[in-house]
Design a protein around this ligand. Structure first.
Ligand SMILES: *[C@@H]1O[C@H](CO)[C@@H](O)[C@H](O)[C@H]1NC(C)=O
Ligand SMILES: *[C@@H]1O[C@H](CO)[C@@H](O)[C@H](O)[C@H]1NC(C)=O
Length: 696
């Protein structure tokens, strides 16, 4: 239930916009031209250079950072090339400016992307050097060998029904161990996932582990192959097993492979990794209540930071995530988040006795941006990682552990740059809610050219992230700064169920989706009103996909918000239960209840069943070709609001599915949202787009 266009995720569900001229706005503009005097203007009516156009121009998605034999590689998702994913290599001297310091390595027209679990990840396989790079080609889902001359050679058969992900190359370079997903019979219940070996010369395959619903992370050391496996209805953050098979054994039944961790059926094990020198097997487990790092054979976590989650922001949604690594000197380097800040813990793990000695922590005071893409050792003490900060969009960084200087940017996902006095820096807030406390990031209105002395508090836009088992991020996002630079406050809520706050917090959403998340977005808004940071008469909420469900639920079942915008929000849970791909086909069992046995619960929690209780203005933004949330759901809500005389607007975008991909539609969505709030609250938005709102 995350929007399909992963590369565009940072752009989705953000508000944006510019608007028409009123006498007031004209005064403001002329005075802003005169000097640097600060203009006193109502919140929400400020002008900002962070426009919807600026937001979509020149930005790419970055991922897949990897260091291989002296070179640093990454993947670029390019909206300007219809979302194509390109493997790039850092080469500042041969790159032209538009290429972000990298040169394209994958063949022209190829799209490096796997469809395993639909969300993919782990589409590239790196061996020891540049002769051993393999990737999954999106159009055919065949595994291809990248050749020196810039072309590639498919190694798996044409016309087969397999998809591949998360591969590693054997020591001798002869086979790839990978996850294979078989769509011979494409019904979700008949799709087969297995661990296989693939001969790189002739493409012949052998099934190494089979019998369970899901597999991930095949990792090899000598004749030992470790992997993660789990079964429906679990998701990888619910319960998994870590197993090891001996490669020359004849059994490929998972149940006969050695069980290392996750035996109680209630523990999530992720990211196994062998130490390259000692061969010790490490992994992350949430058995203590937090995702901590363990070594096989010890039941005590290896690092002393026991009350923090390691493993990255959204473990399990995609393949290829690895939030810890081993440095060239054998030490462990692991990234985790502490009170909203990124920390790198480096520890000597050579001593087999339990907790590591010599743990050194590097955090923001050392100039480290928020890391979120794993850590990759380079030469000597160099580290590479994907990260960002409130003023820097996601970027590939190089950092030297020894010198502890600033991390330098090799490639940035965005060409935008704005003055610091336009950037609102988020603050982690904790607020009381039904189940204790919940978390969110508060962004104050910020624009160096403006102030507001005539209103006691700004309008607030509450944002609900997708997932729902995921969390929000704090690196620069033009789709948030669009609002704050115009005088809105933002609360980006990590509602109960979000990752990064321990297992209990993550499990708050068990059987409670549509209850706990809604409690928390409401409680967050009310908290900011109480603190004097938000105007209680101008509370808005928006979200896309799963976040759109929370948004619609908050609007249908509660009275806290005064307006809202649903971007392809899920209105009908029963429709979702009946129609989804294998990976998520049982996700709702855990979030809501068994289907169809507990259909009543599904109905009760579906906003579409409660259109009669919708009582505030709602803007509905919907793709015409959306299969996850068919347009008729938005139409039903629109018609109900229309009949009740409540201000509303439905915008249908041709050629869009679940998650908008086209620049013009992404721009129109955010511009329409701003114009909508302007009309609903009687704000005079400068240069607002034309928007026809009914019942106003
Ligand atoms: C492993 O499992 C597959 C089914 O996926 C089966 O066809 C094959 O014969 C098995 N191989 C071995 C070596 O047991
Ligand atoms: C790790 O500790 C061992 C002794 O406990 C020592 O011999 C080794 O040099 C240390 N490694 C590093 C990289 O400091």
């Amino acid at each position: 239930m995350r929007a399909a266009a992963a590369a565009l995720l940072p752009l989705l569900s953000r508000g944006f916009q510019l608007s028409p001229t009123s006498p007031l706005a004209r005064v403001a503009r002329s005075s802003s031209q005169l000097s640097m005097t600060i203009i006193d203007k109502p919140y929400g009516e400020w002008e900002s250079p962070i426009t919807s156009k600026a937001m979509t121009a020149g930005s790419v998605g970055l991922g897949g950072v990897h260091y291989c034999n002296g070179d640093i590689y990454w993947l670029e998702g390019r909206p300007q090339e219809a979302g194509r994913n390109v493997l790039c290599k850092y080469a500042p001297e041969s790159a032209d400016k538009s290429e972000r310091n990298g040169v394209d390595v994958s063949p022209k027209e190829s799209n490096v992307r796997t469809r395993v679990h639909e969300y993919g990840g782990g589409a590239i396989v790196f061996g020891k050097n540049e002769d051993e790079i393999y990737y999954s080609e999106f159009a055919t889902q065949r595994l291809c060998h990248l050749l020196k001359d810039g072309t590639s050679r498919p190694i798996t058969e044409e016309g087969d029904t397999y998809r591949f992900a998360d591969g590693v190359v054997s020591d001798d370079g002869e086979v790839i161990y990978a996850i294979r997903e078989d769509h011979t019979n494409p019904e979700p219940k008949n799709v087969v996932n297995e661990v296989v070996s693939i001969n790189v010369k002739d493409g012949s395959m052998k099934v190494l582990a089979t019998g369970n619903d899901f597999y991930s992370n095949p990792r090899v050391n000598g004749n030992q192959l470790a992997y993660i496996t789990w079964n429906h209805p679990n998701m990888p953050w619910d319960a998994t097993e870590l197993r090891v098979l001996t490669l020359d054994s004849t059994s490929n039944k998972s149940s006969e492979h050695e069980l290392i961790a996750g035996s109680d059926g209630d523990t999530s094990i992720i990211q196994p990794l062998f130490h390259p020198e000692t061969g010790d097997l490490f992994y992350i487990s949430d058995e203590s209540g937090y995702y901590n790092i363990y070594r096989k054979g010890s039941d005590e976590s290896i690092l002393p930071m026991k009350e923090y989650d390691f493993g990255g922001a959204s473990p399990g949604w995609q393949f290829g995530q690895q939030a810890y690594t081993f440095l060239n000197d054998g030490r462990l380097a692991a990234q985790y988040s502490k009170n909203g800040k990124s920390v790198l813990a480096v520890a000597n793990v050579s001593d087999n006795s339990k907790v590591a000695s010599d743990v050194v922590e590097f955090g923001s005071k050392d100039g480290l941006p928020m890391m979120f893409g794993g850590v990759h050792p380079g030469e000597g003490d160099d580290l590479y990682f994907l990260g960002g900060s409130p003023s820097t969009a996601s970027s590939i960084y190089k950092w030297n552990l020894q010198s502890k200087g600033e991390a330098s940017i090799l490639a940035c996902s965005s060409e935008l740059s704005f003055d610091d006095d336009l950037i609102s820096v988020p603050k982690l807030v904790e607020f009381p809610t039904t189940l204790g406390t919940a978390f969110g990031y508060y962004y104050a209105p910020k624009n160096g050219k403006y102030t507001c002395t005539t209103e006691s508090a700004p309008p607030l836009l509450v944002k609900a992230h997708g997932g729902p088992t995921s969390c929000t991020g704090t690196s620069f996002n033009a789709g948030k700064q669009y609002w704050t630079s115009r005088g809105f406050a933002i609360l980006d809520v990590d509602y109960g169920g979000s990752t990064g706050y321990g297992r209990d917090y993550r499990r708050r959403l068990r059987k409670s989706w549509g209850v706990v998340d809604i409690d928390d977005v409401c409680a967050g808004a009310e908290y900011l009103v109480k603190e004097g940071l938000a105007d209680g008469d101008r509370l808005c909420i928006d979200g896309g996909s799963a976040g759109g469900y929370t948004t619609l639920g908050a609007l249908a079942f509660r009275d806290v918000f005064k307006a809202g915008t649903s971007l392809y929000g899920i209105g009908d849970l029963t429709a979702l239960a009946g129609d989804t791909h294998k990976f998520e086909s049982r996700y709702l069992d855990g979030l809501v209840g068994q289907y169809p046995e507990e259909e009543d619960l599904y109905k009760e929690r579906s906003p579409i069943e409660s259109v009669d209780t919708l009582s505030c203005p709602i803007l509905l933004l919907q793709g015409v070709e959306d299969k996850v949330v068919p347009p008729n759901q938005a139409e039903m809500m629109y018609n109900a609001l229309l009949k009740k005389g409540i201000p509303t607007c439905l915008k249908l975008y041709e050629g869009e599915q679940h998650g908008f991909r086209k620049a013009e539609n992404i721009q129109d969505a955010i511009d329409s949202e701003l114009a909508f709030y302007g009309k609903v609250f009687g704000m005079d938005i400068p240069e607002a787009v034309e928007l026809k709102v009914d019942n106003i």
